[in-house]
Design a protein around this ligand. Structure first.
Ligand code: SAM
Length: 344
């Protein structure tokens, strides 16, 4: 195997719609200690659910080797996700290994439950920032979303620990589901305004095929912006970079910004530069994909870095996905891969 840190460069690849490969999301575990109703509903992910066997998971060495091969193709950012990435044992070790690859922005998305305990170690290992999911400040509403009675206060403590450790700016993701937590939009906006943390509202999506998604459950980004703007006037802000997932809105009084992720009402497939690596090493070129490409068997049958690099380039070259732009009542029923497995 080649030295992952000093791997060669390869030409930047573009897909059939001219989109370069820039970001890699890595699902480090398909397990989670929450059972969010919109992601891993208890009725499906119950006691008898068969999670992946440990030997099916990519090892830290395998993930690092792939990341370094991806970085040859111009990957600028890696986000660790899952499942809940902080339940993967010794995740700090993986972060330290990935942090040794030059020129990568290294981030992680978490439900925050273990963050108070781990924030300093994550930072010390080389993590740059975190995104924390939190769907309400009201314990009753939050419990209805996470479905394991997890208290809001512990997630807030995780957010503060992350900020204190320098994993900043901390971003907070709130998925909005009509009739469940839309009442929490304004209180969340008020709470995080002026803190330096960036609250982002995500339209509820039809990822996977187990969450029973209906268009009627979606509160659109526009509706969310209008609600907040009526209380604290907002103005649009420029994206930080091309292809940024969230549209940015700034409070006119200078007290910070929010983001809205309108993947249902204003699809952004045109600018999507993200590849996803599943927990067991399959490469997916769309969050809404029904099938992936097996890279683990290449890793485990002695393929060279060059051969794996060529395979990745060929897969990306053929990419034509634009699910959110062509979503219909029929596509919603497709047997799409679950978000906990592919990585959110
Ligand atoms: N366990 C981590 C967490 O809770 O952030 C990481 C994985 S989670 C799948 C990543 C993000 O996807 C979270 O912010 C979650 O709220 C979001 N998400 C999951 N299902 C979703 C859905 N159906 N629609 C919109 N966002 C969703």
């Amino acid at each position: 195997m080649n030295d992952p840190v000093f791997a060669a460069t390869a030409p930047q690849v573009s897909d059939r719609r001219g989109r370069p490969l820039r970001d890699l999301r890595v699902s480090v575990t398909d397990r989670c200690n929450f059972r969010c109703v919109y992601c891993m509903p208890k009725e499906v992910f119950g006691k008898d659910y068969q999670f992946l066997d440990h030997k099916e998971l990519l090892t830290f060495e395998e993930i690092t080797r792939l990341a370094s091969i991806f970085s040859r193709h111009g990957i600028e950012k890696i986000r660790l996700t899952g499942g809940e990435p902080l339940v993967r044992r010794n995740i700090e070790q993986l972060i330290a290994m990935l942090a040794a690859i030059p020129g990568l922005d290294l981030t992680l998305t978490t439900n925050g439950s273990l963050l108070a305990k781990k924030a300093r170690a994550l930072k010390a290992a080389g993590l740059q920032r975190v995104t924390v999911s939190l769907d309400s400040l009201d314990d009753a509403v939050f419990s209805k979303m996470n479905d394991v009675d997890f208290p809001v206060a512990k997630v807030l403590a995780g957010i503060e620990a992350a900020a204190a450790a320098g994993l900043t700016p901390v971003k907070i993701n709130m998925v909005v589901k009509r009739g469940v937590n839309d009442d929490s939009i304004l209180s969340m906006a008020r709470h995080f305004r002026g803190t330096g943390h960036i609250l982002r509202f995500i339209e509820y999506m039809d990822v996977g095929h187990t969450n029973g998604w209906r268009m009627d459950d979606v509160i659109t980004a526009r509706q969310i912006v209008e609600m907040i703007d009526a209380e604290n006037p907002l103005e649009p802000a420029d994206p930080n970079y091309r292809g940024e997932v969230a549209s940015r809105w700034r409070y006119r009084d200078g007290s910070g910004e929010i983001g809205v992720i309108a993947s249902v009402s204003q699809a952004f497939c045109r600018d999507c530069t993200r590849a996803r690596l599943s927990t067991e090493g399959k490469l997916y070129t769309c969050l809404f994909a029904t099938a992936g490409h097996d890279l683990k068997s290449l890793l485990r049958t002695g393929a060279t870095d060059d051969a794996i690099s060529d395979t990745i380039a060929a897969i990306w070259h053929r990419r034509d996905d634009r699910y959110s732009e062509i979503r219909t009542a029929q596509t919603v029923k497709l047997h799409k891969v679950e978000m906990s497995y592919i990585g959110g």
